[in-house]
Design a binder for this molecule. Structure first.
Ligand SMILES: [Zn+2]
Length: 115
């Protein structure tokens, strides 16, 4: 099932989403804004591999205009390249993470000092 958001596993609040940087990490983390539950997603080796390969391809595609923009000091090209890079990677990262969310009960996932 293709979706970029997920419901909270604890309180069922829908439409949660990992942040851009969090979704790029191996273990995405988020705190539910509604119930405060710690939510993690560990996509596993193959999903991370897919993301890494897609990331490499995206960097190759958008890296050329990025370098061109930096060398030529066309800053709008730099901004556009980075924006397109994020736009290409983030949804994929969200889709890969959304199917694997769970509550962070295990100690290794502890990242906030909640109750
Ligand atoms: Zn919740």
């Amino acid at each position: 099932m293709i979706r970029t958001s997920f419901p909270c596993p604890s309180c069922e609040k829908p439409g949660l989403r990992f942040s851009f940087w969090s979704s790029l990490s191996h273990v995405a983390k988020k705190q539910c804004p509604s119930c405060g539950a710690a939510i993690v997603s560990e996509p596993g080796f193959w999903r991370n591999l897919v993301l890494a390969v897609a990331g490499q391809v995206a960097v190759l595609i958008f890296g050329i205009p990025l370098i061109y923009g930096i060398l030529g000091e066309f800053w709008w090209v730099v901004v556009l390249s980075v924006a397109l890079l994020c736009a290409a990677i983030w949804p994929l990262a969200l889709v890969l993470h959304s199917g694997r969310v769970k509550l962070a009960r295990e100690k290794k996932y502890r990242f906030y000092d909640g109750p």
